[in-house]
Design a protein around this ligand. Structure first.
Ligand code: SF4
Length: 396
């Protein structure tokens, strides 16, 4: 089946040239209750959240995403952008910093958790403040693009830690900054000999696909290899504009991988997960992660259980190709790192024989060679490199 990506529902009174202009979308962002009332009939629970919700987490969306949510979301996209009374009501687990980022923050705007890579938070601004956001301790405080002095300190940290090989630009949303600012950041990072890979984590292709201009992709291509990590959560987010944006990256040599979050009552259904990921794959975007929602403050009503997520993944197994299947993963709270969650098909073990029941009920054994028969190849050419990688966090 070939897929159809419908054009976004533009209100008639807005000129097409404005609608297609990403800076117009950002300048005309919806921020207040009155702004939202122009697009939605607000419920009591939503109105309640405008009084108090903003202190918990900023409120903002683009006209593009608001129109999409009100016309095509079927209520799902609306829950992503719209504050709700339940955000203020507490719940089972409420953490301001669920990933323990503050304790892994050795320089301004730098999060160094894993050995060989750092997050570099170049801005705290996003064009949409997703209600499930995991970084509420930082995002949306309107501090904007990183200040010069902090920028130099962050860059010095990355330069001095020669064990690093990857920098992930995050935020906030790094694609809300200007082309000139982004070009400078990428250029400065490319000057650092030990940095091999740059990633950009962004929701802009979802909430403001007009950001993906010819000039932007030229900049990314100039500083290759740059990987784009998109964040589509629902098949209804894939409009014609979003599809064009994603293909523009890939056509210009920028690989795109998608990270989705399973959200309660929004996308936690195998039919939606397969629909999203097959369409992404068709657009040459690799489905990468399917995250369990972090227990960020105000998100209890948006989180589904690990049991539900595993059930979804198990249903998809065998029906969705490996290329289209994202890795189900949970970030262990307080900075424990990511761990994969996979269906357990093993039903028993005796010695070197393991018993399995496959996804459609096939029963079989896998018999391993005995331990004394296991040999290791000569890896001397790469052992030093491997040791350096393992010790990279402490190397300056
Ligand atoms: S775009 Fe990302 S950082 Fe910004 S609010 Fe949404 S999830 Fe949080």
């Amino acid at each position: 089946m070939k897929f159809v990506f419908p054009k976004s529902p533009k209100p008639d009174h807005i000129a097409q040239s404005d609608w297609n202009n990403w800076t117009w979308q950002l300048r005309h962002a919806l921020k207040t209750q009155a702004d939202f009332e122009k697009h939605f009939e607000l419920s009591e629970e939503e109105v309640a959240a405008f009084h108090g919700g903003k202190e918990l987490f900023n409120i903002r969306t683009t006209p593009y995403y608001a129109s999409l949510a009100s016309a095509r979301g079927g209520g799902s996209l609306r829950q992503i952008l719209m504050p709700h009374r339940q955000e203020l009501e507490g719940g089972t687990q409420q953490m301001l910093d669920p990933l323990g980022e503050k304790k892994n923050n050795p320089a301004p705007r730098v999060i160094h958790r894993y050995s060989d890579r750092v997050l570099f938070l170049i801005t705290d601004i996003c064009s949409v403040y997703c209600r499930f956001c995991t970084r509420k301790h930082f995002t949306g405080q309107e501090q904007a693009f990183i200040k010069n002095e902090e920028y130099e300190q962050a860059l010095a940290y990355i330069r001095n830690h020669t064990g690093l090989r990857e920098v992930i630009l995050s935020g906030g949303d790094p694609l809300t900054v200007s082309d000139a600012q982004l070009d400078k950041v990428l250029g400065d990072l490319r000057q650092i000999e030990h940095i091999e890979i740059i990633r950009i984590g962004t929701r802009m292709p979802v909430v403001c696909p007009m950001r993906v201009t010819d000039d932007l992709v030229k900049i990314l291509r100039k500083h290759k290899p740059v990987y784009l990590m998109s964040h589509f959560n629902h098949p209804n987010e894939l409009t014609e504009e979003a599809a064009i944006a994603l293909e523009k990256f890939v056509d210009n040599g920028v690989p795109v991988m998608n990270q989705m979050v399973l959200l309660n009552g929004i996308n936690n259904h195998p039919a939606l997960v397969q629909a999203l990921n097959r369409r992404l794959l068709y657009l040459r975007v690799k489905p990468y992660y399917m995250f369990q929602c972090d227990p960020s403050i105000g998100t209890d009503h948006l989180r589904t259980s690990i049991e539900d997520s595993l059930e979804i993944q198990k249903e998809l197994w065998g029906h969705l190709s490996g290329l289209a299947m994202p890795h189900l993963s949970v970030d262990i709270p307080q900075g424990g790192g990511k761990t994969y969650l996979v269906p357990n098909f093993q039903v028993g073990q005796e010695g070197t024989t393991r018993h399995f029941v496959g996804w459609d009920g096939v029963r079989a054994e896998y018999v391993s060679p005995s331990a004394e028969k296991i040999r290791k190849p000569d890896a001397s050419m790469y052992e030093e490199e491997w040791l350096m990688l393992k010790n990279s966090k402490n190397r300056t």
